[in-house]
Design a protein around this ligand. Structure first.
Ligand SMILES: [Zn+2]
Length: 53
C-alpha cells in the first residue's frame, strides 16, 4: 500500500483496522478505507488522507 501523500510504501499490519494512523514517512494522518464497488464481490482497500477537523 502506498501513502497518497508522499507515495512511499506503508505496511498495513491489520487490514480490518480502520482506525486512522500516521504515515511513518511523512506523518500524514491516513485511514484505510474499503471500496465495496469492486466486481465479483471483491472489496478494494485504499489509503486516504484523513482530514483533521
Ligand atoms: Zn506518507
Amino acid at each position: 500500500m502506498t501513502c497518497p501523500a508522499c507515495d512511499r510504501y506503508v505496511t498495513i499490519e491489520d487490514w480490518t483496522d480502520d482506525e486512522p494512523f500516521n504515515c511513518p514517512h511523512c506523518h500524514t494522518l491516513l485511514k484505510l478505507v474499503t471500496d465495496e464497488g469492486g466486481y465479483c464481490g471483491a472489496s478494494e482497500k485504499s489509503l486516504e488522507i484523513q482530514e483533521d477537523d
